[in-house]
Design a protein around this ligand. Structure first.
Ligand code: DAK
Length: 260
């Protein structure tokens, strides 16, 4: 499938999705969000993709936010439609049954920071910058920022970032737990791909269940969460990969997972 604002590549069992509007610092307009929606569906369908890396084209930006030029003159109904579209696509990414790593190569502001937070893990370049500058534009973060940021960094650090609109460097993002690793700019993709490959070597259905157990469990009480965990743990025993993983261990041989 050909896209205008997105580049999709397959690298073994890893899918690499790049938001490709470098002249607008990869700002997310409706067209790009719709393409992202399609590409996520495509990745979801492909059984031989085990992990995904999401990045921004060019050297300057991951995503510099939702497209301000498009939003500027929106009416209430249009703003609502745009917000619903963004939230739906970001949620689809967050609940995609494959792990997604954000390779944050530059600015991750507003919707860009929110996009990185809808991913499972964030690797940042030393040049990356993060922030939710929406209040300076007269709006609230609308693609999950007020909800995912406090869940990742805690309420007080999230309020500090969102109320001030401050833009922080990668090191500060690492300190508050917003990113998981900070590496030199030329190493961001390499590190993200390495991480994706390490994950792709594990039993994919088990990884899928882990993502579901963590994501769902973090939103409910511990009793319900643990019941959900047990449920998914049990389901693993219906897979060929559980038999393969344990048999290979007992037989002291290399395992070969089949995503079955
Ligand atoms: N939208 C559109 N174009 C953008 C953009 C953006 N977010 N960010 C940058 N660009 C464009 C610039 O307009 C410029 O275009 P030309 O003038 O060359 O045509 C080009 O990218 C290069 O940018 P600069 O010339 O500004 O580059 P600098 O290095 O000087 O500055 C910067 C880089 C990232 C500091 C600066 O571009 C900047 O401050 N950009 C805006 C960052 C920002 O405020 N981001 C948050 C956007 S608000 C909603 C849900 C969600 C949202 C809204 C509503 N609903 C529920 C309805 C989300 C909102 C946001 O994300």
């Amino acid at each position: 499938m050909e896209f205008k604002n997105i580049v999709f590549e397959k690298n073994g069992r890893i899918a690499v999705i790049s938001i490709n509007r470098p002249k607008a610092l990869n700002a997310l307009n409706s067209e790009t969000l719709k393409e992202l929606d399609l590409v996520i569906d495509m990745v979801a369908e492909e059984d031989d993709i085990y992990a995904v890396v999401l990045t921004g084209a060019g050297e300057k930006a991951f995503v510099a936010g939702a497209d301000i030029t498009e939003m500027k003159d929106m009416k209430v109904s249009e703003g609502r439609k745009f917000g619903i579209l963004g939230n739906r696509v970001f949620r689809k990414l967050e609940t995609l049954e494959k792990p997604v790593i954000a390779a944050v190569n530059g600015f991750a502001l507003g919707g860009g920071c929110e996009l990185s937070m809808a991913c499972d893990i964030r690797i940042a370049s030393t040049k990356a910058k993060f922030g939710q500058p929406e209040v300076g534009l007269g709006i609230t973060p609308g693609f999950g920022g007020t909800q995912r940021l406090p869940r990742i960094v805690g309420m007080s650090a999230a309020k500090k970032l969102i109320f001030t609109g401050n833009v922080i460097k990668a090191e500060e993002a690492f300190r508050i737990g917003l990113v998981d690793e900070v590496v030199e700019p030329e190493k961001v993709m390499e590190e993200a791909i390495n991480l994706a490959n390490t994950i792709a070597m594990q039993a994919p259905i088990a990884v899928k269940y882990c993502k579901a157990a963590i994501n769902r469990g973090m939103q409910c009480d511990i009793e319900t969460a643990l019941m959900g965990e047990s449920e998914l743990f049990g389901e693993c025993f219906a897979t060929e990969d559980q038999k393969e993983g344990m048999t290979a261990f007992v037989e002291k041989r290399e395992k070969s997972f089949k995503n079955k």
